[in-house]
Design a protein around this ligand. Structure first.
Ligand SMILES: CC(C)(COP(=O)(O)OP(=O)(O)OC[C@H]1O[C@@H](n2cnc3c(N)ncnc32)[C@H](O)[C@@H]1OP(=O)(O)O)[C@@H](O)C(=O)NCCC(=O)NCCS
Length: 209
């Protein structure tokens, strides 16, 4: 008997919904993933990005979740959950090693508002929680400073420089490898919780003195 895998859940943040891709995303997917700025710093997004690529993308997202090797999410604003504005995924999951790789891109019209940081932060909680991973890594081109900032803000540490690791637009590009371990992530969450409970206690404590 074939085991039926649970559906990929939706994740919510303050401003975003991360949800499974659906067929109705095709038009927006072609529009957003087709932006040259997204292809420019990724290796998994073809350019130009055709409807054929879009259909294959949506099918692969479902197939890889069912196979247990990736969790791909369409990213949308909470108030317009049907309108795709980006992508965030943990892919290349190796169960034996408890490892996955983070991947993300965002509509350039929404860049610089902290959305990638928010989406990938939620994804890490999913990776170390329900997905039960031990380590999440990421690769980004050295010239992709925005991606480096996003990763640093959600707790990734740089591990190495992979010289001329990928070829983009016929140019070999240096790539940075970074990762976050579950133990680092848990420690940071615990510190944040301690910090916010101390902040919450302070006014009351002061008020009683
Ligand atoms: C990388 C990407 C996802 C960032 O999305 P975003 O929603 O703008 O990201 P955020 O707003 O959460 O954070 C961006 C950070 O980068 C910084 N940044 C933006 N452009 C920058 C630049 N050119 N140089 C240095 N830092 C830059 C911002 O100041 C911000 O850092 P801060 O919060 O410390 O101020 C988006 O630019 C993108 O889709 N790029 C193309 C695809 C891609 O490269 N994906 C990642 C592949 S590894």
């Amino acid at each position: 008997m074939t085991a039926v895998r649970a559906l990929l859940p939706s994740l919510e943040t303050a401003r975003l919904r991360l949800r499974p891709f659906r067929d109705a995303d095709l038009e927006r997917l072609v529009e957003v993933a087709g932006q040259r700025s997204i292809a420019d710093t990724t290796v998994s997004v073809p350019h130009p990005f055709t409807a054929e690529h879009g259909r294959a993308w949506i099918a692969r997202c479902a197939a890889e979740w069912n196979a247990g090797v990736a969790a791909h999410f369409a990213v949308a604003l909470r108030e317009t959950p049907g309108r795709l504005m980006g992508y965030a995924a943990v892919r290349s999951i190796q169960r034996e090693h408890g490892e996955g790789e983070l991947s993300f891109w965002l509509d350039e019209a929404h860049a610089g508002a902290g959305y990638a940081t928010e989406a990938t932060g939620a994804l890490l909680a999913f990776a170390f929680g329900p997905l039960d991973l031990n380590r999440v890594c990421a690769h980004h081109m050295v010239r992709n400073a925005a991606s480096g900032r996003v990763l640093a803000r959600i707790g990734f540490r740089r591990e190495g420089l992979l010289r001329q690791h990928v070829r983009k637009w016929d140019v070999y590009e240096d790539v940075l490898l970074s990762a976050v371990l579950r133990e680092d992530w848990m420690k940071e969450r615990a510190e944040e919780a301690a910090c916010s409970s101390a902040t919450a206690r302070t006014p009351a404590t002061l008020g009683r003195q």
